[in-house]
Ligand binder design. Structure first.
Ligand code: SAH
Length: 294
């Protein structure tokens, strides 16, 4: 892998994840979204001397190469390129029948945002891509340039919670084809009223980019599928820890914990301390929810 990138990903709610996830010293844990391996490492470290192990998966083969390097010193970690939606298949192959803790961190890794050419960031000018799994066919280019206006508007409204979704969709369609993230940012700028561009707390393109990313990676569908089978993979008392970064995901997790008879939520959600947010802006919107298999 030879894309340029420099910044290392700071894992969100690291102490809270380890404290809540790791309850069995010789347990088997799965980090479903390894990223650069921050959480994986902390969990592996905690159970290294006591016979515990971690299976780590990610769909992004580039990010996994970074994780491999970061986790070299941990013989109790095994990494695989796999989607967490396919986790039961992997566990079958590995002949692992019960998991003591499952972790899902639904963020975007710093590598994906910062490495050249992945097309996730509105601060860089890159081809419209946004795929976490580079083998998938659907890209942001495809969504932006081929989806009907109505469908685009619904995606931007539902997944971005963007009030100006219809205007943005109309402007996108009128200005097609769009090739780069910068072109997309400029079209969003034209579509939004002046006030929205200058008064929003976050960059004015944030919501639209989030929406397209969710569509490209089928993020909400994946979370729903995962929530439907995850409890069956857990041992009795096994933990499910999920970190979400926006209300759409958090709602899915919260409702599953509340309504699924196989699960019992442990406490309410855990949010980062102000100190963590001061050090890591990405942590701002993070919520960790933990449940126990009953
Ligand atoms: N906890 C990590 C950061 C994770 S960022 C750390 O501390 O370094 C979220 C990761 O989830 C990304 O690397 C992304 O590629 C991965 N991901 C997204 N969808 C996935 C899926 N369906 N299956 C597995 N990994 C996925």
């Amino acid at each position: 892998m030879n894309r340029l990138y420099s910044e290392r990903h700071i894992p969100v709610l690291l102490r809270e994840v380890v404290e809540n996830l790791v309850w069995k010293p010789d347990g088997v844990y799965v980090d479903c979204t390894v990223g650069e391996g921050g959480h994986t490492q902390a969990v592996a470290e905690r159970i290294l001397e006591t016979g515990g192990r971690v299976i780590g998966i990610d769909v992004d083969s580039e990010v996994l190469q970074i994780a491999e390097r970061n986790l070299e010193a941990y013989p109790n970690v095994q990494l695989f390129k796999f989607s967490y939606v396919e986790l039961p298949v992997l566990l079958n192959i590995l002949q692992v029948h019960e998991i003591d803790g499952l972790l899902v961190d639904l963020g975007v890794s710093t590598y994906q945002l910062k490495a050249e050419g992945r097309g996730f960031s509105f601060n860089q000018d890159e081809p419209l891509d946004m795929r976490m799994n580079l083998e998938n066919e659907l890209t942001a280019y495809h969504v932006v340039n081929t989806y009907p206006e109505e469908k685009l508007a619904d995606i931007i409204y539902n997944y971005g919670e963007e009030n100006f979704a219809r205007r943005i969709a109309r402007f996108i369609v009128q200005n097609r084809p769009l090739h780069t993230t910068k072109e997309l940012v400029e079209v969003i700028r034209k579509a939004l009223p002046y006030k929205e561009i200058h008064n929003r707390k976050r960059h004015f393109a944030t919501k639209t980019f989030q929406a397209i990313r969710i569509e490209v990676n089928k993020e909400l569908e994946n979370v729903s599928k995962f929530l439907s089978f995850a409890p069956d993979l857990l041992s009795l008392n096994g933990r499910l820890a999920i970190i979400s970064f926006h209300s759409l995901e958090d709602r899915l997790v919260k409702h599953a914990y509340r309504d699924d008879p196989r699960l019992e939520p442990i406490g309410d959600f855990i949010a980062p301390e102000p100190e963590e947010i001061a050090e890591n802006r990405r942590a701002r919107s993070a919520k960790l929810r933990v449940a126990r298999r009953v």
